[in-house]
Design a protein around this ligand. Structure first.
Ligand code: NAD
Ligand code: ZN
Ligand code: ZN
Length: 391
């Protein structure tokens, strides 16, 4: 089959590779009908995620048609249309039983490697480095889906591929960012990053009762989408002296009740702070640039919540623990517990409460995936979200 493989920093290519096979009775094989490129894939492309190996197949936002089933997968049938969560979870362990699906402790065969870096291991993920399982991703014609009896959900005929696809990751992820922010009706929420995750966090904050949501980014087309499609008030951080000051002005001097970091490891800013953070990375004093995270913490109202949904890949410097502690802030975070939110969000799509297709700006054949990575990474052609089709 054809698949998109990581060959090294900044280098992804379509290659011909062996078709995946059933390896375990709980596996399924799906023929990919649509998949997407995620901001998390950019951390892999840019070389931030440790333990990638040349030849790894990327892609964790996947849907398709079931073509083969292991003997223990009885809830699916050949021919079913399914969307697949990016987290691989057993459904049975202590963590899965508590709904902490991205913390499943049975799906990472390289758990020791992850524990060395993080103390303990989270779940395995599709297309996401060897430390997180070394599972092949779905930017390909076919995908092996482990734990297929608990992960994929069936999509009704009335819901299109494009409406369903983002249930694999970014819609539940943005939604979990808003849930973790602990929003109460009438609250004000600020969201750093108006990429796909930020857009869904903004829309979800409104679904959960926020009165005002403020989106922060620097790309005018992304800010426009946040205003016109997700409903936010926006701040272009390159056009203001101080984002925290503007946020205070918008919130009667208190700061937002809840702050969501939808940027993660590759934060950017204008001015000297960016130079400092890049220099520290080069000198290996930190692996990630927590620029949005620091600003979210410093901006948040006393007693407020900081919800970190952006991905971090290693260690950070200058984490303002004094602000968190002295100002009674709560931090909540995690890779999304996708399984928890897929069905309720599919129900919301079917009820017409939110049409996730608003973020799609580019459709491409799988063969053009490398170009898709390039324009999404460099934010060219007003690119917000690339959907790839195998055909
Ligand atoms: N926790 C999870 O389960 C999960 C799932 C999917 C994605 N993610 C993560 O969410 C993050 C966003 O993903 P995406 O697909 O939207 O990526 P993206 O790259 O399209 O968007 C990131 C946005 O952040 C903006 N940004 C950078 N620095 C900023 C700053 N200082 N202030 C405000 N905005 C700033 C960029 O301009 C960009 O528009 C990534 O870190 C990704 O890995 C997490
Ligand atoms: Zn993702
Ligand atoms: Zn589990």
């Amino acid at each position: 089959m054809r698949a998109l493989r990581w060959r090294g920093k900044g280098d992804v290519r379509i290659d011909t590779v062996p078709d995946p096979k059933i390896q375990h009775p709980r596996d399924a094989i799906i023929k990919i009908t649509a998949c997407a490129i995620c901001g998390s894939d950019l951390h892999l492309l840019d070389g931030y995620q440790p333990t990638m190996e040349s030849g790894d197949i990327l892609g964790h936002e996947n849907m398709g048609e079931v073509i083969e089933l292991g003997s223990e997968v009885t809830n699916l049938k050949i021919g079913d249309r399914v969307v697949v969560p990016f987290t691989i979870s057993c459904g049975q362990c202590w963590f899965c039983q508590k709904g902490l699906f991205s913390c499943c402790d049975r799906t990472n065969p390289n758990a020791e490697l992850a524990a060395k870096a993080m103390g303990q291991s989270p779940a395995g993920l599709f297309g996401f480095s060897h430390m997180l399982g070394g599972y092949s991703g779905g930017q390909a014609e076919y995908l092996r889906v482990p734990m297929a009896d608990v992960g994929p959900i069936k999509i009704p005929d009335s819901v299109t591929d494009e409406q369903a696809l983002f249930l694999s990751d970014i819609f539940p992820t943005g939604y979990m960012a808003a849930v973790n922010a602990q929003i109460e009706p009438g609250d004000t929420v600020a969201v750093w990053g108006c990429g796909p995750v930020g857009q869904f966090a903004i829309a979800s904050a409104y679904l959960l009762g926020a009165e005002k949501v403020i989106g922060i980014d620097r790309f005018p087309y992304r800010l426009q989408m946040a205003r016109e499609r997700a409903g936010a008030v926006t701040i272009n951080y390159e056009e203001v002296d101080s984002v925290p000051d503007v946020l205070k002005d918008l919130t009667a001097g208190r700061g937002p009740d809840h702050c969501i970091d939808a940027v993660g490891a590759e934060g950017h800013t204008h001015g000297v702070q960016y130079v400092h953070d890049r220099a520290k990375q080069m000198m290996r004093m930190q692996t990630d640039r927590p620029i949005a995270l620091r600003e979210a913490i410093n901006s948040c109202a006393n007693g407020g919540t900081v919800s970190v949904i952006g991905v971090y890949t290693g260690l950070i410097d200058k984490f303002p623990m004094n602000a968190v502690m002295n100002r009674s802030l709560t931090i909540k975070t995690g890779q999304c517990h996708v399984h928890r939110y897929m069905q309720p969000l599919l129900d919301r799509i079917q009820r017409g409460e939110l049409d996730p297709t608003f973020i799609i700006t580019h459709h491409m054949p799988l063969g053009d995936a490398a170009r898709g990575y390039d324009i999404f990474n460099k934010k060219l052609e007003n690119c917000e979200k690339v959907v790839l089709q195998a055909a």
